[in-house]
Design a protein around this ligand. Structure first.
Ligand SMILES: Cc1ncc(COP(=O)(O)O)c(C=O)c1O
Length: 388
């Protein structure tokens, strides 16, 4: 458990401003259901299927729901058999199942930095130790392989990749995945690929060849996804794990996963019965998110171009933009001052363990007009006349 449950300064300041009725432009919103997308009022109707009145638990998930997930992989050009899919209530739950499956208490999993802040809690809650490896920026992000080698130990059980990463937006390249699979496969270390944002390509035209985990047989792989991001429905609570690797190891692994899932039986029957239809009916939400995230990234790029002191880092996918800004003050002071003086809420890079300051993370889910106004206000801080 964390040593303290006290809210941080940014949250406390935001709460005070909200109590005072100060309007704040929020560049941190990552809940798609609060970002002004049009959800069809009957989108969740399939959850009312009367077959849901009967309880017939199937630990890995109802076969038709798993088949629908397998077909969703096929939509992305990936062949994953139904027998290699397990359903979960969320990606977070999938992590917990995998940490229990792969690790004893005190074992280690390698996590990328910068990346998703929840890994700290997810690992600690399962009694495993997160050991960071670095991502490096040189016009695009890639894995710092020497930091992976340095992080390996006899207790390493898994290496996590977030593909594309939150918040840096890089997909794992074919070259990087090849090297990671060689390092992990030879040491019986599993690779977990979090692909919750895989549908959200930001620059489809400029593609670096991508690594794909699911077809590999040289390393035990777990590919994670879910409705939370793929159709913008976090409240539906349906995620999945696709297992890949050597066929005998996969079969043993599925048996262990089945035992774990049988212990909790956490995925509701209605969402399993509705999975196929939700995946189909949710496509328009995904398309709206794709359009908005691409439009906002382009807006951000054009606004940043006018402010030479700042730069927008190259992002290939996901829901976030990363703006590098001059370190005129510590990041924490900067985001507090942006909040209080400019009424714009951003996340500082240190929330995501960037190696140095100063970076601001902006959510590309923000409605377009508010996004442009808020980013302009942020950049106003760094226009030449002001800070020279
Ligand atoms: C990289 C990453 N993985 C997983 C999740 C959580 O997904 P779920 O809602 O399926 O638990 C998030 C949520 O923001 C995320 O950013």
């Amino acid at each position: 458990m964390p040593a303290s449950l006290e809210a941080n300064r940014l949250s406390r300041t935001l709460a005070q401003l909200r109590r005072d009725g100060v309007p704040v432009l929020d560049l941190t919103e990552s809940n798609p259901t609060r970002a002004g997308f049009a959800y069809d009022a009957s989108l969740l109707a399939p959850l009312g299927d009367p077959r849901g009145l009967a309880y017939r638990p199937d630990p890995l998930g109802a076969v038709d729901a798993r088949r629908a997930v397998s077909e969703d992989f096929a939509r992305r050009g990936l062949a994953v058999g139904v027998e290699r899919i397990a359903l979960t209530a969320s990606t977070s739950e999938a992590y917990s199942l995998l940490f229990k499956l792969l690790c004893d208490s005190g074992d280690e999993v390698l996590i990328p930095q910068p990346s998703y802040p929840l890994f700290e809690h997810l690992t600690r809650l399962d009694g495993v130790t997160a050991v960071p490896y670095r991502l490096d920026y040189h016009g695009r992000w890639s894995v710092d392989l020497s930091s992976v080698e340095a992080a390996l130990s006899p207790r390493t059980r898994a290496l996590l990749i977030v593909n594309p990463n939150n918040p840096t937006g890089n997909f794992v390249s074919a070259v990087d995945l090849e090297a990671l699979a060689a390092l992990c496969g030879s040491r019986d270390i599993a690779v977990i690929s979090d692909e919750v944002f895989a549908d959200y390509e930001l620059q489809p035209e400029t593609r670096v060849p991508r690594g794909q985990l699911t077809p590999r047989t040289d390393v035990l792989g777990f590919t994670l996804g879910g409705l939370s991001k793929s159709i913008g429905l976090p409240q539906a609570k349906l995620g999945w794990i696709a297992v890949s690797g050597d066929s005998a190891v996969c079969s043993q692994t599925m048996a262990l996963l089945e035992l774990e899932c049988d212990t909790y039986l956490s995925v509701s029957t209605p969402v399993q019965l509705a999975a196929r239809e939700l995946l189909e009916r949710g496509a328009p939400v995904r398309e709206q998110i794709q359009q908005r995230t691409r439009a906002n990234l382009a807006t951000c790029a054009s606004l940043v171009r006018d402010v030479p002191a700042c730069r927008l880092l190259h992002a290939e996918g996901g829901w976030y933009g990363v703006i590098q800004v001059p370190s005129l003050m510590p990041e924490e002071e900067l985001v507090l001052s942006l909040l209080v003086d400019s009424q714009v809420l951003t996340h500082p890079g240190y929330f995501f363990d960037f190696a140095k300051e100063s970076f601001l993370i902006v959510s590309l889910l923000t409605p377009e007009d508010a996004f442009a106004t808020a980013v302009s206000r942020v950049l106003d801080r760094f226009r030449m006349d002001d800070y020279s």
